[in-house]
Design a protein. Structure first.
Length: 239
């Protein structure tokens, strides 16, 4: 039997057959502002509440902004940070480093340095697409991301969520066309205009080794709770 861990969103656990498979990598894909960072933090909060050690790596926003932003959402990560159970940090990437061929092993070692020997069970990289911004060689970027994910699974062995911002209006699932293949599952977040209103939508695009519900659901971002999945989109359209 594959070990399953709760995602932090009870309805999502149901949709994907009991939660994420322990030790695998999952992708949350979506355009800007769809809720990727919030969902990834919700996944970590669930782990923290279960007494697990978790880490969050920010590649685009200052970590202080992320933590103060979550306070607005009614989530207080500070006690977990103080006790050392939660390790959030930012890694600033310089385009020059990437252009000269950054080593994927060195990247994973750098993350391990921040973890200082802790056994992390949940890790978030937000957003993985930032790793390759400004790099022209797509093949190189694909290989780099593929290597990082496989080293992470081997070396740290935790369940990892990577977020990926996809260009507005594009139909792809990722920015570099590789993120979707290296992950065990993909969850897509969208904002769609229907009539005079915008709706948040969530669906599962791929879930290796799991039965999956292909329904497109609506969701809301609720202070104190985070992502709350609501009724299916087709129910809403019937009204
Ligand atoms: N306190 C809050 N209450 C309700 N909704 C909120 C709150 N804070 C943020 N949101 C909603 O969440 C959205 C941002 O979510 P999030 O930062 O997770 O998106 P993202 O997909 O990571 O975006 P980006 O690609 O820019 O990083 C906001 O646009 C807003 O609609
Ligand atoms: Mg974000």
């Amino acid at each position: 039997m594959l070990d399953r861990i709760p995602t932090g969103i009870p309805k999502l656990d149901e949709i994907i057959g009991g939660g994420f498979i322990k030790g695998r990598t999952y992708l949350i894909a979506g355009e800007t502002g769809t809720g990727k960072t919030i969902m990834s933090l919700q996944f970590l909060l669930q782990g923290l509440k279960n007494g697990e050690q978790c880490a969050f790596v920010s590649f685009d926003d200052r970590i202080a902004n992320v933590i103060s932003g979550t306070l607005n959402l009614g989530w207080n990560f500070n006690p977990y940070i103080r006790s050392g159970q939660f390790v959030p940090f930012e890694i600033r990437l310089r385009t020059e480093d990437l252009r000269h061929g950054k080593e994927s092993k060195a990247f994973v070692k750098n993350i391990q340095r921040y973890l200082r020997g802790r056994t992390i069970s949940r890790l978030v990289l937000d957003p993985i697409s930032a790793l390759a911004q400004g790099v022209g060689d797509l093949l190189w970027v694909r290989e780099y991301i593929r290597e990082i994910v496989s080293y992470l699974e081997e070396e740290i062995g935790c369940t990892t969520v990577v977020t990926c911002d996809i260009p507005t209006g594009s139909n792809s699932l990722s920015r570099y066309g590789v993120e979707e293949f290296i992950s065990s599952g993909i969850i897509v977040l969208e904002i769609k205009r229907i009539g005079e209103k915008f709706y948040r939508l969530i669906y599962v695009r791929k879930m290796r080794w799991s039965p999956m519900d292909m329904t497109i659901y609506t969701f809301e971002i609720v202070p104190g709770k985070g992502i709350v999945i609501g009724e299916p989109l087709n129910k809403l359209l019937e009204k």
